[in-house]
Design a protein around this ligand. Sequence first.
Ligand SMILES: *Cc1c(COP(=O)(O)O)cnc(C)c1O
Length: 365
Amino acid sequence: MIPFNNLKIQYERYSNEYENKVHEVLSSGWYVLGKEVEAFEEEFAHYIGCEYCVGLASGLDALKLGIRSLGIGKDDEVIVAANSYIACIMGITENDATPIFVEPDDNYNIDVSQIKKKITKKTKGILAVHLYGTPCDMDALLKICKDYGLYLIEDCSQSHGATWNSKKTGSFGDVSCFSFYPTKGCGGFGDGGCVVTNSFDIRNKVRVLRNYGSEKKYHFSEVGLNSRLDEIQAGLLRIKLKYLEELNQERIENAKLYIKNIHNKNIVLPKELENAKSVWHQFVIQSPTRDKLKQYLSEHNVQSEIHYPIPPHLSEAYSYLMYKRGDFPYTEKLSDSVLSLPLYNGIDKKDIMYITKLISEYKGI
Ligand SMILES: *Cc1c(COP(=O)(O)O)cnc(C)c1O
């Protein structure tokens, strides 16, 4: 079986460094918010091209606290692509704000031409999700935010290192959110996340909120969370970050191999905007007979996944928003036709060639 993902290969590549770091932190006697977290925050901010980074416990917390730090809350609206991952929407609703959905375009990211008609007096910001590792049209989003006085929030949980006009995703927003969940491009060995920003104020707010709202030991200025990145995780992420460019490059080459070698007029291949450079968190194709294709691949020993089978507006969790099937037809069509192929670091090029051959020969329209 060609698995959909295999995280062990990456661990084994750098296992000495990882293991030495774990021992170093264990023997230091300091385990939460210490010098590894500080060093990682500095290194990650520098990598993205921002002033500040604040390490957190998860990508969802990054969204929750990033959005909260902008003062977005009850009665406010945030515009977001309807095909986003559910956590993006939870980052909005956990602040009691309302997600306003916009259909994606052919690059799976928010269709910038459909945003303006959704802006109301309540709109406070746009959450730009760089889905599957492919940057959104940042020029258009920056212009809309400037023209309408909106905050730009980036969700870079799938796009660590991806660029728009050679600038990294995460360097455009007022606040940008990242996940370090193990399967992400800059994945750790457990949960983790961060926000990056150029604002000293936002940085300070998030630092207070991640630690129960404590500005000074045992003085609590507001009700915060416990959302701290631990020392072992930060130490391991510092190692991962050193190799991130190399790991991204490997995925870019593998994505090119897929694109070059899949020849089937019934299969839609992924595209990128001209100024965008994807890091291919997922390699997503479309087929009108997606479930049959998935079954066919599985019968030929290839695992594949669906990102995502149920769009947030039809998710049970959001039934209270009262949307129904047909409200976002393009998003719904994508949920029924997208399929992600294996593209993990360390995948054998022979396996990719085998998968491209299978898909090229697939006859089920
Ligand atoms: C993974 C992911 C998140 C959530 O990150 P966690 O660390 O799992 O909380 C948020 N947004 C996007 C786009 C993601 O892919």
